[in-house]
Structure formats: structure tokens, C-alpha cells
Design a protein around this ligand. Structure first.
Ligand code: NDP
Length: 242
């Protein structure tokens, strides 16, 4: 059995990634923080697709919760390791910097950057020991080009891209690849409330992307065909930023 951990697997892009990896034969560990109902729905969909998995609740920003949950999992699976990690959990708390409350600055950074550190460090040892592993970090077009009202989110995603490149260089000799995916506007709960009609006009392909399209890219990056790709940031944004 091959294991893949997807943070933020209960909804949106994370759910689509869980389904994609389950179809590729992985036993998927579906992480979430609040939404037990949606996480279980992801698990049901995985099973309907002929796959298998389990739900794993922890807040990626809380180092103790992460270590505890993954220590328990390791004790229950002494001969196994997590071969694929998709650091996908993320939030946005938009505001112009002049008015941004400190809590909105830190919560976004703690989730994306703290989450990357907490979860990756906990999972990496197994990959290094087995000289095999794939890490995919969910960045954003905002982390590449910036966006007004998103200084916190841009800092977090830009930092995640830089961390991706550094970690890729640290672990390449152990045959662990580390890449980032940078989506533009993708149809999920996260973009609810945005003016889709006017935003669509700014996208050369004329529409928002789907979670399945992002999941297909993640699937490729963890597949044997992508074994020679590491330290890269792959955009998937309908031509919004090239
Ligand atoms: P959603 O808001 O639809 O889903 C977010 C997921 O992250 C949920 O599963 C949620 O769990 C989980 N999550 C949030 N905070 C935590 C936490 N502290 N610990 C564990 N899990 C957490 O988001 P999307 O699917 O749209 O986004 C997924 C990723 O893609 C994010 O990193 C986002 O920044 C990135 N992205 C999205 C874009 C878009 O247009 N949608 C564009 C570019 C990047 P729960 O259900 O329990 O709340």
C-alpha cells in the first residue's frame, strides 16, 4: 500500500487531489481542520471511485496537533511511510495592508508557511529513509505576481515557493522531489463572493479553472513520468500570468 497525505482534503482542490491520487492507487489520508462532514464526503467519494483512505483531523498551523496526529498514524502503521505529501491547506483573509488586523496577517502565514514546516518536517524522515518521496506545495499566482488586498496571502505563497526551491535542493540526493503548483482562479469555496463575471474577462482562456484540472497536474507531478522535475513552480491559470 502506498500512502499520500493531502492537507485540506475535505473540500475544493484538496478533495479533487484526494480523488486523483486514490485513482492512481494511493491510500489517501484526508486532512481537514473543521469540516468533518465534508471530509467524510471526500472519503465516500474516494471509496465510490474504488479507492481507500481515512480522515485525519488536525490544524496544520498547530505544531503539537500535527506531531501528535502523525505519531499516532506512524504507530498504527509501523512498516509504512507517507510517500506523497500535498501541502494544500490554505486560507485567505483579504484586506489592504494599512487596515489588516495582526491576526489576519499571522493566521494566513501560520497556515500556509507554518503548515508547510510542521507537516513536511513530520513526514520527511520517512521519505529520506526510503529514498523516495514526492512533495507538492499549493502556491498561487498571487505568490508570483502579488495582488492588492492580499499582502498576507502573497507573502505566504511567495514564501512557500522559495521554501519549495530550497527544500528541493536539500533532498534531491535522496530522490525526493519538491515542486509547487500556482493556480489562478479555481472554482471552489475560496473564490465565493468574488465577481466571477468581471474576473473572467481578465483571463485569456475566459473562465475559472476547475479543481479537477489542478488535481491532474498534481497527479502528474507525483507520477513516475515527473521523476526528473524538482524545484519547479508550475502555473495553472488560463493564461492570467505568464
Ligand atoms: P477551500 O477554501 O475550498 O478549502 C480549503 C481547505 O483547506 C479545506 O479542506 C479546509 O478544511 C482546509 N484548511 C484550511 N485551514 C486549515 C488548517 N489550518 N489545517 C488543516 N486544513 C485546513 O480552498 P481551495 O480548495 O480553493 O484552496 C486549496 C489551496 O489552493 C489553498 O492553499 C489555496 O490558497 C490554493 N489556491 C486556491 C485558489 C482558488 O482560486 N481556489 C487559487 C490559488 C491557490 P475544512 O474543510 O476543515 O475547513
Amino acid at each position: 500500500m502506498k500512502y499520500a497525505l493531502i492537507t485540506g482534503g475535505s473540500r475544493g482542490i484538496g478533495r479533487a487531489v484526494c480523488l486523483q491520487l486514490a485513482r492512481m492507487g494511493y491510500h489517501v489520508l484526508i486532512n481537514y481542520v473543521h469540516n468533518t462532514v465534508e471530509a467524510k464526503k471526500t472519503l465516500d467519494l474516494v471509496r465510490e471511485a474504488g479507492g481507500e483512505g481515512e480522515v485525519l483531523m488536525f490544524d496544520v498551523a498547530d505544531r503539537q496537533q500535527v506531531s501528535k496526529a502523525l505519531e499516532v498514524w506512524e504507530k498504527e502503521h509501523p512498516d509504512q511511510y507517507i510517500e506523497v505529501l500535498v501541502n494544500n491547506a490554505g486560507i485567505r483573509r483579504d484586506n489592504i495592508l494599512a487596515l489588516m488586523p495582526e491576526g489576519d496577517w499571522s493566521r494566513v502565514l501560520d497556515t500556509t508557511l507554518g503548515g508547510f514546516y510542521n507537516v513536511t518536517q513530520a513526514v520527511l524522515q520517512g521519505m529520506l529513509f526510503h529514498k523516495n518521496g514526492r512533495i507538492v506545495n499549493m502556491a498561487s499566482v498571487t505568490g508570483l505576481k502579488g495582488m492588492p488586498g492580499q499582502a498576507n496571502y502573497a507573502a505566504a505563497k511567495g514564501g512557500l515557493i522559495a521554501a519549495t526551491k530550497s527544500l528541493a535542493l536539500e533532498v534531491a540526493r535522496k530522490r525526493v522531489t519538491v515542486n509547487a503548483v500556482a493556480p489562478g482562479f479555481i472554482q471552489t469555496d475560496m473564490v465565493e463572493g468574488l465577481d466571477e463575471d468581471s474576473l473572467r474577462r481578465t483571463i485569456p482562456l475566459g473562465r475559472f479553472g476547475t479543481p479537477d484540472e489542478v488535481a491532474a497536474l498534481v497527479g502528474f507531478l507525483v507520477s513516475p513520468a515527473a521523476a526528473y522535475i524538482t524545484g519547479e513552480v508550475i502555473s495553472i491559470n488560463g493564461g492570467l500570468y505568464t
